[in-house]
Design a protein around this ligand. Structure first.
Ligand code: GLY
Ligand code: MN
Ligand code: MN
Length: 444
């Protein structure tokens, strides 16, 4: 040891031998979410009908490197999960005609040098894993060691990703249950955040509320389904304010866009906006009322057979007319609403909603004619989320509107005869939000 080097444990024969003995078998149950394997089998059957006789290879993916030998959190590839119900890092699935062969990194347990040398798979480093046989029994698939796979797995083609995205648009019963769970936990997470507003105003700031929701999401699901947005005051109009590093100002609007991802990897995506003080000012209420009106028009346009873009147009028309009433449009409402106008979108540059599921922006690899251009159908789950984003430095606005940002976002299930608002337990209107805030602050 005089040269300063540490001994390499795997090169010490006596140590390796010693480490191979004296271990009881740890718990090795496959970590499957109830119902996930059955749902995945049904998904494979749907893929088989779309691509008969075709082999599709999908990888679970790997955690991205953060630096050197440390990594960001692993999140399984959504198509992989949809087809297998399994969320093992670095796994590969070959799916064909409804069947599936899963290639898994075998656990490195006692008796193998990797048991104590391999920081990726060694059980002393990462904890015990189920055997391949246990995975096979749990998933109802053939399971083989990753080393049996010939060569580097190639990612699925764009065409296969498209087919999967379009199949994933219609959620089955198990997926709808997952999404209900995601939304219910998210609504509870909103209540938890409201209870922490005094601590945020007292100094914790946006970070405190972000941390509150993320902890709630981690405890009751896998974690947040996307980067939590907590925007106070001038940050509220910033569409994706994921920096969450500002103070929470009591009299300013607070925009919360948050979603819990369930253990089964489905996420909610819900937004509410209200002043941290719990009392809307006249200007804040005016903006909120207009967004609420647009939101209700959007909600009413979600039904089977209606075009996906119908709710977008319904909400946009309300927004354009409201802005015109306030004298903000530089052209007529008709011109603004025309394809060559869109002036109202200065204050709403994003879309009004998207499919929701395993990904927050689910099914995004679909063809436009199967997404925006298609009719809504029972089993689709989507968001409706109009807003108005008046930036503090927008000189076209009267001073009282500058720095107010409002979004209202709900998650809807298209049903046989309309739509169900899964997040309806959160109030939509300013007065309802005031009461809801008061109750949650008192219960905190
Ligand atoms: N939270 C991202 C979105 O609303 O689409
Ligand atoms: Mn959102
Ligand atoms: Mn959204």
């Amino acid at each position: 040891m005089s040269d300063g080097k540490l001994p390499k444990l795997s090169e010490i024969a006596a140590f390796t031998e010693y480490m191979a003995t004296g271990w009881d078998s740890p718990r090795r149950t496959a970590p499957l979410v109830a119902g996930a394997a059955g749902a995945a089998a049904a998904h494979r059957a749907r893929l088989a009908a779309a691509l008969p006789g075709q082999s599709v290879l999908v990888s679970a993916g790997r955690a991205p490197v953060r630096a050197n030998d440390t990594h960001y959190d692993f999140r399984v590839d959504s198509d992989f999960y949809w087809l297998t119900g399994c969320a093992v890092e670095n796994a590969v699935a070959v799916v064909r005609d409804g069947g599936c062969t899963l290639y898994l990194p075998p656990p490195a347990g006692p008796g193998e040098p990797e048991f104590f040398t391999d920081a990726t798979y060694g059980e002393l480093w990462v904890g015990p894993s189920p055997s391949l046989a246990e995975w096979a029994a749990a998933l109802g698939c053939e399971v083989r060691p990753l080393a049996d796979l010939d060569g580097e797995p190639q990612p699925p083609s764009d065409e296969v990703r498209r087919v999967l995205a379009e199949l994933r648009m219609i959620k089955d019963e198990w997926e709808v249950a997952q999404l209900r769970e995601a939304v219910d936990r998210t609504v509870e997470g909103f209540a938890a955040v409201v209870g922490e507003i005094p601590a945020a105003v007292a100094g914790g700031g946006e970070r405190w509320l972000q941390g509150t929701f993320d902890r709630y999401a981690r405890t009751h699901g896998n974690g947040p389904g996307y980067a939590t947005i907590v925007g106070s005051g001038a940050h509220a109009p910033t569409l994706h304010w994921v920096r969450c590093d500002g103070p929470v100002l009591p009299d300013e609007m607070l925009l919360l866009d948050m979603g819990v991802e369930t253990r089964g990897h489905y996420t909610a995506d819900v937004t509410r906006t209200f002043p941290a003080s719990g009392r809307f000012s006249e200007a804040q209420r005016r903006v909120h009322d207009l967004v609420e009106k647009a939101h209700r028009a959007g909600l009413a346009a979600v039904a089977p057979g209606r075009r996906f873009t119908d709710f977008h147009h319904a909400a946009m028309e309300v927004i354009a007319r409201g802005l015109d009433d306030w004298g903000l449009l530089p052209v007529s409402v008709d011109e603004a609403l025309s394809e060559r106008g869109q002036h109202h979108r200065r204050w709403l540059v994003c879309g009004i909603g998207h499919h929701l599921g395993l990904d927050v922006h689910d099914c995004a690899k679909s063809r436009p004619e199967a997404y925006q251009g298609a009719a809504m159908a029972p089993g689709m789950v989507l968001t409706v989320e109009p807003g108005l984003y008046f930036h503090a430095h927008d000189t076209t606005l009267p001073p009282e509107l500058r720095g107010i940002g409002v979004r209202i976002e709900d998650d809807l299930l298209v049903t046989a005869d309309g739509a169900e608002n899964l997040s309806a337990s959160l109030p939509l209107d300013a007065s309802g939000l005031e009461i809801w805030m008061k109750n949650n602050k008192e219960n905190a």
